[in-house]
Design a protein around this ligand. Structure first.
Ligand SMILES: [Zn+2]
Length: 188
């Protein structure tokens, strides 16, 4: 095993523990990970903060590559319109829902922020480490309804990826915009 700094080992142990929780377990399979990126990232960040880990959320938009093996609408959907969220801990991105795009991805998929950011057209700190609030509406913390993945896949197939793709958690709440109002908007 590679030698990791003590802080990384502590994070790895915490992520092993978080993997036992319901939100994380929901994302172990690709279909369960589908459209859960914001909810599970925010729940994980809250959980890590309760244990003293400084963290925030990362937001990505516009994938540079398609997702032919993805779940739900992703194989049919314009990759430039895909959005994604992960947890930022220091220089690392912790991605519990990577399997919605790549079934063989890690769970969680932990990588340098720069490495994941290179695969997206836009990468930003959605909520910095000082943001008390991680999402605009508490419903954005809810996990995907079980049939959403299949429903979105059927719609995508029938509409050549164009949708619309209803989501009962988001459709009548505030738009998915960053709630970070901190001075520099960055996490360091
Ligand atoms: Zn902030």
């Amino acid at each position: 095993m590679a030698t990791l700094p003590a802080s990384d080992l502590a994070l790895a142990a915490l992520l092993d523990e978080y993997a036992l929780t319901e939100p994380a377990r929901a994302c172990e399979r690709p279909a369960g990970a589908y459209a859960n990126c914001l909810a599970v990232s925010a729940l994980c960040a809250q959980w890590l903060r309760e244990r003293g880990v400084e963290c925030g959320l990362l937001h990505f938009a516009g994938s540079r590559a398609p997702f032919p093996d993805g779940s739900g609408r992703w194989p049919y959907f314009d990759p430039r319109q895909v959005t994604h969220w992960t947890v930022r801990v220091g220089a690392l991105s912790v991605d519990w829902t990577a399997r919605q795009f790549r079934p063989a991805a890690g769970w969680p998929d932990v990588e340098e922020v720069g490495s994941i950011a290179a695969r997206w057209r836009l990468a930003m700190d959605w909520a910095c480490t000082r943001c008390p609030q991680l999402v605009a509406d508490p419903r954005h913390l809810e996990l995907t309804p079980p049939l959403l993945e299949r429903a979105h896949r059927d719609i995508a197939r029938a509409t050549d990826g164009r949708g619309a793709f209803p989501d009962p958690r988001h459709d009548d709440t505030a738009p998915l915009t960053s709630v970070c109002r901190c001075a520099d908007g960055s996490s360091r």
